[in-house]
Design a protein around this ligand. Structure first.
Ligand code: SAH
Ligand code: SF4
Length: 340
């Protein structure tokens, strides 16, 4: 919603300034998705505004609910016809987390990820990121009478390649006058964009950082996360070490386990030594993500292999979580977002 334009419009039409506040409140606090829903405004004014302003930059092309009802995927169409995906995840009962996209496609091109396969189409604007939240919040309010508790920037795209939009979206989400989430309820996941990590530490020291590691040797990581060629593991280690020194925050280390590629015992040992060289184990949570099928040559590890890897990391002193795969029946799981 373009509030500047709306303010000018109200003035030009001799309408009182408090109307702006009413619209603001309806959008950010009540998640109104259409002018009709803003009953505080007189009907003729609503009709007038309807022809001039869109409340949301996104059209909902499709909404898919997983069989268990714990994942809801939205497929949004933007003004230029490009599509992006956003997923609501019910991690613990009644606590919903929203996974937002920051780019249409992704320039990093990790070969195991459906988003990366097509490369970058374009960056999203701050409104296009925030509007994913507003549309999903509106859906959740109407259909389940529930709220979004946290936002994870883990959908399509590399957030730090679109730093300006991402930071503006975080400001809107954390501003008490607008969405008003606590910074601690926002997490950003990066494939290892070193300058982005450094800026993020300064700008949002209370938000959470997640880093997609997947390998702790440059040779393998160059293949799995091509951004590693630009920012190799040594540089990433320094940036994470500085991040932790500055924020004193725990970092989530995402590690997609692919059978026969990065899930051996020796790779667990290497991961442990790489992390320990960055900071003490208490500063990390290792989040193991069994590979979700995306049509590539990779294989998911058997459940007991995941257990062995998790057990080893625990023995090395790390807190370990294994990511539940929610929404794989609606292609809403990690790495499966393609946007068509
Ligand atoms: N671009 C950012 C954020 C989006 S990707 C990043 O890479 O961190 C979100 C997470 O999903 C990343 O950890 C990514 O590595 C993981 N992922 C990608 N493809 C996957 C797949 N096929 N199976 C499981 N996880 C995958
Ligand atoms: Fe981009 Fe993340 Fe997918 Fe890699 S895993 S291609 S960085 S979205």
């Amino acid at each position: 919603m373009d509030f500047k334009k709306l303010s000018v419009f109200l003035k030009d039409n001799g309408l009182p300034a408090f109307r702006l506040k009413q619209v603001h409140e309806a959008i950010f606090k009540n998640f109104a998705a259409s002018w009709d829903e803003i009953s505080a405004l007189p009907a003729p004014l609503r009709d007038k505004l309807e022809g001039e302003f869109r409340l949301n930059t996104l059209d909902t092309a499709d909404t898919l609910v997983s069989k268990k009802g714990d994942a809801i995927k939205f497929c949004f169409e933007m003004k230029d016809g490009l599509k992006i995906e956003t997923v609501l995840l019910n991690l613990t009962s009644e606590r919903w987390s929203l996974c937002v996209s920051t780019q249409a496609g992704c320039p990093v091109r990790c070969p195991f990820c459906a988003t990366g396969r097509k490369g970058l189409k374009r960056n999203l604007s701050p409104d296009e990121i925030v509007d994913q939240f507003l549309a999903a919040a509106s859906y959740l309010k109407k259909n389940r009478n529930q709220k979004i508790a946290s936002v994870i920037f883990m959908g399509m795209g590399e957030p730090f390649y679109n730093y300006e939009s991402v930071s503006e979206a975080i400001r809107t989400m954390t501003d008490p006058e607008r969405i008003g989430l606590g910074q601690r309820h926002i997490s950003v996941s990066t494939a290892g964009h070193v300058p982005g990590i450094r800026r993020f530490a300064k700008d949002f020291p209370q938000c959470n950082l997640a880093i997609s590691l997947h390998a702790s040797e440059d040779d393998l990581r160059n293949d799995l996360v091509p951004l590693n060629r630009q920012y190799p593991l040594s540089q990433l280690a320094k940036a994470l070490n500085d991040y932790i020194a500055m924020t004193k925050r725990r970092v989530l280390v995402e590690f997609v386990l692919m059978d026969g590629l990065n899930n051996s015992r020796s790779q667990a040992a290497k991961l442990s030594s790489w992390l320990r060289a960055v900071a003490a184990p208490k500063y990390f949570t290792v989040n193991l993500i069994p590979y979700n099928r995306t049509g590539g040559p990779y294989r998911a590890p058997a459940r007991d292999r995941v257990k062995v890897f998790a057990g080893l990391m625990e023995t090395y002193g790390f807190e370990v979580t294994v990511r539940k795969s929610l929404g794989d029946d609606i292609a809403g799981a990690c790495g499966q977002l393609a946007g068509k």
